[in-house]
Design a protein around this ligand. Structure first.
Ligand SMILES: [Fe+2]
Length: 305
């Protein structure tokens, strides 16, 4: 079975483009590469032409997921796996390939109906090295892709079968939390390269937003610390305080984006080696910290996660 190799890009549908450009550049430290004629914004975080395409289409949610594969052969192989599983696959048009800046592309929907794409041959710019508009050391990407994202899916079992048995990803671990008697929170984490997880999901049928958060991993703990204090200085709502996760060992905090979903800003995650990794189970999300906060300007009300 051919596996997708990394999370290549994410498409976001937002309502306030000006707020997003400001947030992405002055808080996250992403760089604007291009403004498209339709008002979309291409954002860079490494040598890729873009890792985010932000569209002024108003949903304030994930627009599409872009999974990368190595080459055209792998693209055909994954398309065959999708077809064999009964998933309708649409070849990308020349115009779509041009907009995404990729050599080849297919489109389909995941089991929750989330628009998804698999591509190969992204445009990369080693001739124009990434420079963050903020004084940070940059992001850990490369073979680990842009980072990770967490979505709410209609049916966990169906989604596990799809991402594991059709897209070829591997389960890293499970986090099962009981925040109160009778309520459970079950998340499943998937990897497709040494990044501990590129995708995680929680079952929640027909949620108001599919996207819970995406994560950017910095090269230095100082980048996380300086951004944590920048958010507090500039009243960017912090939705979870600084903490360290049980499963990927990421030291991170969560901030609210102009679209309501969150960004996890982290450093120092452990990596997965498929030759030795064994699936694990956790009953807590964090070793320390990650206190859930109700966002408000000028102060934070706290409740224990
Ligand atoms: Fe995360």
């Amino acid at each position: 079975m051919i596996s997708v190799s990394q999370l290549g890009y994410l498409g976001l549908s937002v309502s306030d483009m000006a707020a997003w450009e400001q947030f992405a550049t002055t808080v996250l430290g992403l760089a604007v590469n291009e403004h498209a004629d339709d008002g979309s914004l291409y954002l860079r975080m490494d040598e890729y032409h873009h890792r985010f395409l932000v569209h002024p289409t108003g949903a304030d949610d994930l627009a599409y997921i872009g999974w990368e594969v190595a080459d055209e052969h792998a693209l055909h192989a994954v398309a065959d796996q999708l077809g064999a599983a009964g998933v309708e696959v649409t070849p990308g048009t020349p115009e779509e390939r041009a907009i995404r800046r990729v050599a080849g592309l297919i489109r389909f929907q995941d089991p929750s109906g989330i628009p998804s794409e698999i591509f190969y041959g992204p445009l990369v710019h080693f001739d124009k090295p990434f420079q963050s508009p903020r004084p940070i050391s940059g992001f850990k990407t490369g073979e680990q892709g842009l980072g990770h994202f967490v979505i709410l899916v209609n049916d966990a079992e169906q989604s596990i079968n799809f991402y594991r048995d059709v897209l070829g990803m591997r389960i890293s671990d499970y986090v099962h939390i009981t925040p109160a008697p009778g309520t459970t929170f079950q998340a499943t984490f998937f990897h497709c390269n040494p990044r501990h997880h590129s995708l995680a999901f929680i079952e929640a049928p027909n949620p108001p937003k599919r996207l819970n958060h995406f994560m950017l991993q910095t090269q230095s703990l100082n980048d996380v610390g300086s951004t944590y204090y920048l958010c507090q200085d500039q009243d960017v709502p912090i939705t979870m305080s600084l903490g360290r996760h049980t499963n990927d060992h990421m030291t991170s905090f969560y901030m609210q984006t102009p679209s309501g979903f969150a960004v996890e800003y982290g450093w120092g995650a452990r990596e997965v080696d498929d030759t030795t990794w064994q699936v694990q189970m956790h009953t807590s999300g964090s070793i320390w910290g990650h206190v859930r906060r109700t966002a408000s300007l000028g102060g934070v009300a706290q409740e224990q996660a």
